[in-house]
Design a protein around this ligand. Structure first.
Ligand SMILES: *Cc1c(COP(=O)(O)O)cnc(C)c1O
Length: 438
């Protein structure tokens, strides 16, 4: 098979050099800079179905899918048609629109875990608003988050555990006042004892616990469902609100997200990514009671010039409508499981230190032998394997997100044939990376 050498990415390389004149690091979001893998970032000019094409005219089977939003693949015809029809009538009015109602109704009527929803323009904005809502309702200010969960670039959540047990967070970014970081308590996932101790000690100050119920931003740290149930019960016990950050898992592990997948009722749920059908949309929702605290009904202020933008609502509506077709999620999960099982069997057969973690249409290659459930179980040194694998895959036409901590997404546009082709390429590349004999 012909391979694409890194040296052949000349147009992408030139565009990246140019971009460095305009944007910090040449990018508008940091992981896009390819710092953890080889070569310049690919500049993509087109996507069709499960494939993307770069400026050098190389085509790749895409498992990044715009970091999750594209569960229907690229350039879905129904999304494109409704967006085109909508945009022809104008792009923004700053008023309520019928399309906003349509998307709101579609979501609320098909999700048993929320009664009302508020649209915003990104996942970060959804999380930031959900925290304010939880604080506004409880009158308390501290937040518990978990190591290995990502919630966007919200100031008080860009924190990691400090030293010592259950200490307050240390910021992971410059520019965050210490007072903000001190409002956040960072705990390890899957540690019920520490959770109980922390709540016992600080529950008078804790507004909410926020968790990615399917932690998928630092590898795929699938939790035992009983840990999530434990969070629910302890929140009731201590008068703390439970926020499920479903920006990735919402509409991905099922139309009702992880709440529906695990059958757990959080107090507030945040959405993003898939909800906008590839356009910038975020949202947060909850019960009538919880949402009545939001302005203009209640005292918790939150607003947005482009919130519920009609073109974005059109994309979201056209996308989500397709997810409700019977068998949609079952088909997607079966395809993904088949891919994951094949890769796992390959790893076992060749005795590779690789564990394939998978849920619904999300998969992650952990370069360890055992299942990983906490951030501290990920071996940073193993990322070198990913870096090499990423290079070999790019040379042969498979695109994974450019960091070993990123998960892969399978879309409805990936056929079994596409996945078989990708799996064969992945096996070949794993042979090269681990220098096994064939
Ligand atoms: C992507 C993501 C966010 C941030 O969303 P943006 O739209 O990038 O601001 C927040 N939480 C989770 C769980 C995410 O996956």
């Amino acid at each position: 098979m012909d391979t694409i050498s890194l040296e052949n990415r000349t147009r992408s390389a030139a565009l990246f050099e140019e971009a460095k004149n305009y944007f910090p690091g040449g990018v508008n979001s940091p992981v896009r800079a390819f710092k953890s893998v080889y070569g310049p970032p690919l500049f993509i000019k087109e996507g069709q179905g499960c494939r993307i094409t770069d400026e050098d005219d190389h085509t790749y089977i895409d498992f990044c899918c715009s970091w999750g939003p594209l569960i229907l693949g690229h350039n879905n015809a129904k999304v494109r048609d409704l967006v085109t029809e909508t945009v022809a009538k104008g792009t923004s009015f700053g008023t309520p629109t019928r399309l906003g109602n349509e998307l709101g109704k579609l979501i609320v009527n098909n999700n048993r875990y929320i009664d009302k929803i508020r649209f915003v323009s990104s996942g970060t904005e959804a999380v930031m608003s959900a925290l304010r809502l939880a604080r506004g309702i409880t009158g308390k200010s501290k937040v518990i988050k978990f190591e290995g969960c990502y919630h966007g670039h919200v100031d008080s959540l860009l924190v990691k555990a400090g030293s010592g047990l259950a200490t307050f967070g240390e910021s992971t970014s410059a520019g965050i006042p210490r007072a903000f970081a001190e409002e956040t308590i960072v705990l390890p996932l899957d540690d019920r004892k520490l959770l109980e101790e922390t709540l016992q000690k600080y529950s008078d100050d804790i507004a909410c616990i926020i968790v990615e119920p399917v932690p998928a931003n630092n590898g795929l740290l699938l939790q035992d469902p009983s840990f999530l149930e434990c969070l629910r019960l302890k929140c009731y016990k201590y008068g703390v609100l439970l926020i499920f950050d479903e920006v990735i898992s919402g509409f991905r592990v099922g139309f009702e997200g992880a709440a529906g997948y695990y059958g757990i009722q959080p107090d507030i749920i945040t959405y993003g990514k898939i909800i906008g059908g590839g356009m910038p949309v975020g949202a947060y929702g909850g019960s009538h009671e919880v949402m009545s605290h939001i302005s203009p009904d209640g005292p918790v202020y939150q607003a947005g010039t482009l919130s519920a933008n009609p073109v974005a609502m059109a994309a979201g509506y056209a996308a989500l409508k397709q997810l409700l077709e019977p068998g949609f999620y079952e088909g997607l999960e079966a395809k993904t499981k088949r891919l994951a099982d094949r890769l796992q069997a390959f790893a076992l057969r060749h005795d590779l230190p690789m564990h394939v973690q998978q849920i619904a249409s999300i998969f992650w290659l952990a370069f360890t032998r055992d299942r990983v459930v906490r951030a501290d179980q990920i071996d940073a040194a193993s990322m070198e394997h990913f870096k090499n694998l990423h290079r070999e895959l790019l040379r042969r036409g498979v695109y994974l997100g450019p960091s070993g901590y990123e998960v892969g997404f399978v879309s409805a546009a990936h056929t079994e044939q596409d996945l078989d082709e990708a799996a064969s390429i992945m096996e070949k590349c794993l042979h090269m990376v681990f220098k096994t004999s064939k």
